[in-house]
Design a protein around this ligand. Sequence first.
Ligand SMILES: Cc1cc2nc3c(=O)[nH]c(=O)nc-3n(C[C@H](O)[C@H](O)[C@H](O)COP(=O)(O)OP(=O)(O)OC[C@H]3O[C@@H](n4cnc5c(N)ncnc54)[C@H](O)[C@@H]3O)c2cc1C
Length: 395
Amino acid sequence: MSISNHLDWPFFEPRHRTLAADLEQWAKAHLIDGHAKHPSQAEVDEECRMLVRRLGEGGWLGYAVGGTAYCGSGEAIDTRAVCLLRETLARYSGLADFAFAMQGLGSGAISLFGTDDQKRRYLPRVAAGSAVAAFAISEPNAGSDVAALECAAKREGGGYVIHGQKTWISNGGIADFYVLFARTGEAPGAKGISAFIVDAATPGLEIAERFEVMAPHPLARLVFKNCRVPATQRLGEAGQGFKVAMATLDIFRSSVAAAALGFARRALQEALCRSTSRKMFGQALSDFQLTQAKLAKMATDIDSAALLTYRAAWLRDMGRPVTVEAAMAKMTATEIAQQAIDTAVQIFGALGVVSEQTVERLYREIRPLRIYEGATEVQQLIIARGILKAYEKDR
Ligand SMILES: Cc1cc2nc3c(=O)[nH]c(=O)nc-3n(C[C@H](O)[C@H](O)[C@H](O)COP(=O)(O)OP(=O)(O)OC[C@H]3O[C@@H](n4cnc5c(N)ncnc54)[C@H](O)[C@@H]3O)c2cc1C
């Protein structure tokens, strides 16, 4: 919900407007609103696989991969398209957004750094929705401080042997392959990490634990014991894994902001619908100025976050550095979305806290976005580091 149609903004090209309109029609026809109450893990897994297939059949997953020779919708990943997709999907279904996002995040490093052979073996299946992708970097002792990761890949014969663990891995348990970041020791810290593609069926890779989370989706801890992968499964140069991870996150960070926007827009829509129909003290709830102040703040916050989000996406599509701008977008959009959704719950009164009411679901869906792909505090550090560096340079 926006007074001016944000698709008219100069960040977009005609193809983006067409994409948004087509997707809106598709989402209306194919995505159910809400999920089963308290779904079991098996139900969540099945729904997620089904959504990946359905998104593939709809042709939307082509936007998650780069290269038309590999079934991508363009030669490079179109960040604005990815953001529009996530924003729209999130307005309809958090799990559909998740399914789309993970296909992109889980295969993004292959699109960006894969060899022709790696791209041919993985990307067409990702685009078709016949292979589920995952991105595995976090560990029990390396979350925000990702360069502290300990999972190790040792050179042995013609390949690598992986030992260690990864945790909080989305799609863990249902993924067909994991893009894994492990220490290969070329140098200490961030310069001694490499990226690998590890097929889920590789002996020595075990799903050690599954987590139930407030917005249900597949999430797991993985253990690697004597897990052997050929050197052809390494992504990019040895020791370049941190760069691979950061380049992938530069695309998908802006898209987390877009998903948050989708949730926030849906909350505003719900708040408008409820406040204009709920009668109290002889008038509609929306007739009270206190309510109008809430609605005004939600709408203004959403537009300001949308401007930051699509600026970051546009910058990346123009080939410009985007780390600081993507951090600004991710931080702002996820924080304002949390507030907007909380306001919507308040406007709904008791009804707002009933299980699986749309605003109650949004309240749970938005929370993890302030934590994953760099928590808000990490985004603050990235932004501050960027402006201090620019200040020093100009001095
Ligand atoms: C739903 C969900 C899905 C996820 N999916 C994936 C996935 O698919 N793949 C993957 O690899 N990881 C995934 N993660 C993990 C995620 O990236 C990490 O949770 C995140 O990086 C934070 O790490 P942590 O949980 O260890 O928190 P910690 O690093 O322990 O941070 C705890 C708190 O400290 C704050 N903090 C950090 N640094 C500073 C500082 N310098 N000053 C002050 N405060 C600070 C943080 O912002 C946070 O609030 C997922 C997480 C969630 C919740």
